[in-house]
Design a protein around this ligand. Structure first.
Ligand code: SF4
Length: 331
């Protein structure tokens, strides 16, 4: 059965920081602080859907383990009864690397939390400092090993294009994250929002956001790096919301960002094969791809097919289940 999250947003509650990029109410569109009843309602609503999923209850959006302890436990208790009666598989939370210690981990373990996602954002201390994250790369390493010690699935989130970062630093961050062997990764290209420090830096010319095309090139590379290390990227790019769209100061956001990156990987792969082989321009090439990757190879609005035509080739796409997601065979 397909995995599904019953997502409950706990916006900004208890967060002692104001990271440069964060205007959390804009990201989630949620200002309400959920309580036990909201957990019940979210589960009921998910179960009433005709589609059946292997569910986890997911507390996202804030610094879950930094919120007021009684409140955190009330939410966990509300969720845990659904783990106990096997309505859901487990509970997933997201939090800050410096809000994890043995005591917190034993509370999470007691209430059936089976996955913890840490907002690492960068593994370069200068970038973390410039973006007022309030933790270090070492905090990410310490928290990651503690989460693994408790037998809980580790997720790491990173951002690209932050203030003071660069392609090299973002690639280095991905390498350092791979060393930590997380089970899952989320990559969020920075979106510049109003009423944030980053927004001010952008408006006074001190911060230059990445263009969408630069961001696609970089994230395609990161996606491939994680894939080659068997680390699943479960999210690439922020979820769309009207509030997000309204708050953006610079338009480098795309709602189907992961697809753009995957198409880029496929095009790069095609170009590499063509440049290494002896293919005559004007010929019809048979390109085999995994059935799940046909649309990735074609690209949005046939963008890859158009580029391949411009390179002088026509292609016939053939499906081959033996190929992995980003693999191509060209004859
Ligand atoms: S720690 Fe998370 S919730 Fe708090 S300001 Fe930073 S990004 Fe926002």
């Amino acid at each position: 059965m397909k995995h599904g999250n019953i997502s409950i947003f706990v916006p900004h509650n208890g967060c002692p920081h104001q990271c440069s990029f964060c205007n959390q109410r804009s990201i989630t569109g949620v200002v309400h602080q959920p309580d036990e009843e909201d957990v019940d309602k979210a589960v009921e609503q998910a179960l009433s859907s005709r589609k059946k999923y292997d569910y986890e209850i997911a507390f996202f959006g804030g610094s879950f383990t930094a919120i007021e302890r009684d409140y955190m436990i009330s939410l966990l208790q509300a969720a845990y009864k659904y783990v106990e009666n096997k309505t859901v598989r487990g509970i997933r939370i997201s939090t800050r690397p410096d809000a994890i210690d043995d005591e917190v981990m034993s509370v999470l373990k007691r209430y059936g939390v089976d996955a913890v996602e840490l907002g690492a954002q960068s593994m370069c201390d200068d970038v973390l400092l410039m973006n007022q994250r309030g933790h270090t790369a070492e905090d990410v390493r310490t928290a990651s090993s503690l989460i693994k010690k408790y037998g809980i699935s580790l997720g790491l989130q990173m951002m690209t294009g932050l203030f003071g970062s660069s392609e090299e630093k973002d690639i280095l961050t991905a390498k350092k994250i791979i060393e930590l062997k997380p089970d899952t990764v989320r990559i969020y290209p920075t979106v510049t929002l109003g009423k944030t420090m980053l927004g001010e830096l952008y408006e006074n010319g001190r911060y230059k956001p990445q263009e969408l095309s630069e961001s696609v090139n970089l994230c395609a590379l990161l996606l491939k790096m994680f894939s080659e290390n068997n680390i699943e990227v479960i999210r690439l790019g922020l979820h769309y919301s009207e509030e997000l769209e309204k708050s953006m100061l610079f338009n480098n956001y795309h709602p189907a960002f992961k697809e753009l990156c995957e198409s880029r990987i496929m095009l790069d792969e095609f170009v590499k094969i063509i440049s290494e082989g002896n293919f005559q321009k004007g010929s019809l090439l048979k390109v085999s791809v995994n059935p799940s990757s046909v649309s990735k190879f074609v690209g949005q609005k046939k963008s890859n097919i158009i580029k391949i035509k411009e390179m002088g080739f026509d292609v016939k796409i053939v499906q081959d289940r033996n190929l992995s997601a980003y693999e191509l065979s060209v004859v």
